[in-house]
Design a protein around this ligand. Structure first.
Ligand SMILES: Cc1ncc(COP(=O)(O)O)c(C=O)c1O
Length: 433
């Protein structure tokens, strides 16, 4: 794109108008090129999927799990032991506290919410929906910006959302405590503790300890921490940053049955054909198992066995292969942002050490406009507002960039377009001020 002077914010009106005209010319040129670029998809590239093709050769006629189970047959709702051990390696939760499900951890999150809301998360527990709130309504704490599917899932159950800010070390815990201490209708909190979607932040040891203590602070005695550790091992740097163990912190706090942890192999092996994990206290696993047994006699144990054989004991080595593909893409995104927007005072962005996203904050009131401008050129960006409940970013400034799926050339072209749109919209705003 047009090289921009670092001091353009200090330009006088005429100079700014001339610069805006020049940028608009580049923009018009782009729109006539009919690009087809996409930065919306937080999914693995084909080359990453290929890393797991070895799954195909793991069974080869040997259908017996270590404990003697014929994995072709019905049964074994908890999952075979070697898959639960794989869960331990990924989730840092003991194998005895893990249940294995189908390919989607999101499904397990739905099951957990539905169980807590309509049936109670423990035997004998009062369902959230009958827990005596005057309005009958319940809500969850949602650190923002966050994962859009957490928000739509929560909303689909008629559960409200109470936003708190997400800092570099995790949610604003003072705010969380204040909200939950005085309002018994707040029943839990969503957390993506490592490489949060979209900011990439990692919760500090102190925040993990404080989260384990929340059920003791909450007015709701059935408060639950929904710990979605989707990016637990998705590191771009090695040795990787370490997330403190919520399981251990909760054991010390005596709150284990209030912690429900989720994970999957979606972005480790095949996104559409992996296995998922839920880790919690035995009382919760039993309850979920009861619910699951109504709808299936057992999940795909053959897939569990091939995953355990393929990944067991070598998760980090496998994730290093992913990082070799992904790190250059993340570096490219951050380099382009720095080259084109650095020092201009019109945007800030994250530089994550793992996960799947870069989070871009533009000047207030411009995110929607920038996404719309990009669309005119043929660049698809995640809808502005998607990282907030109900699609409402109060400041209209957050844009989520997903660099994993695109090939490098397309990614570079997409970043050129994105930064041009940011400059154009920002300059228009400054000129109008
Ligand atoms: C934070 C988070 N949780 C869960 C998921 C989906 O996980 P799964 O494929 O196991 O349902 C994603 C996918 O983008 C995610 O970003």
């Amino acid at each position: 794109m047009t090289a921009l002077s670092r001091s353009w914010l200090q330009l006088n009106n005429d100079q700014r108008t001339a610069l805006a005209a020049k940028l608009r010319q580049s923009f018009t040129q782009l729109t006539s090129n009919r690009l087809s670029l996409d930065l919306t998809r937080g999914k693995p590239a084909a080359s990453q999927l290929t890393l797991a093709n070895g799954l195909d050769h793991q069974i080869d006629g040997d259908y017996t799990s270590r404990e003697g189970t014929d994995v072709r047959n019905y049964g074994g709702l908890r999952g075979i032991i070697e898959a639960r051990e794989l869960g331990r390696e990924i989730m840092d939760v003991p194998a005895t506290n893990i249940l294995i499900a189908g390919n989607s951890s999101l499904w397990l999150m739905h099951l957990t919410l539905e169980t807590a809301l309509r049936h109670g998360l423990w035997a004998g527990a009062t369902p959230w929906q009958q827990s005596g709130q005057a309005s009958g309504s319940v809500s969850l704490i949602t650190p923002v910006p966050g994962y859009d599917r957490h928000f739509s899932l929560t909303d689909s159950h008629g559960i409200g959302m109470r936003n708190v800010g997400l800092h570099d070390d995790g949610p604003d815990m003072a705010d969380v405590r204040k909200l939950i201490a005085s309002d018994a209708s707040i029943k839990g909190i969503w957390c993506v503790p490592k490489y949060a979607n979209p900011t990439g932040c990692i919760y500090s040891d102190q925040v993990v300890r404080e989260i384990a203590e929340l059920p003791k602070v909450a007015a709701a005695k059935d408060f639950v921490v929904l710990w979605d550790n989707a990016y637990a091992v998705h590191d771009l740097v090695f040795p990787p940053p370490r997330l403190a163990s919520l399981f251990e912190a909760a054991a010390k706090a005596g709150t284990q049955r209030h912690m429900v942890q989720f994970g999957s192999t979606s972005k480790i092996t095949f996104a559409g054909a992996g296995i998922s994990f839920v880790g919690s206290d035995e009382s919760v696993l039993k309850r979920l198992e009861e619910r699951i047994s109504l709808i299936t006699v057992g999940f795909d144990k053959l897939n569990q066995l091939r995953h355990a054989r393929f990944l067991g004991g070598r998760v980090e080595a496998h994730m290093q292969q992913h990082a070799a593909i992904l790190k250059p893409k993340f570096d490219l995104v951050v380099r382009k942002l720095e080259e084109d927007l650095g020092g201009l005072g019109i945007a800030t962005w994250t530089e994550p050490k793992g996960g799947y996203f870069v989070s871009l904050d533009v000047l207030p009131g411009l995110a929607k406009k920038i996404v719309a401008l990009a669309k005119e050129t043929g660049l698809a960006l995640t809808a502005a507002g998607a990282t907030f409940p109900y699609g409402r970013d109060p400041e209209d400034r957050n844009i989520r960039i997903a660099p994993t799926f695109a090939e490098t050339d397309a990614l570079e072209a997409a970043m050129d377009v994105l930064t041009l749109c940011v400059c154009l919209a920002s300059l228009d705003k400054l000129n109008a001020a």
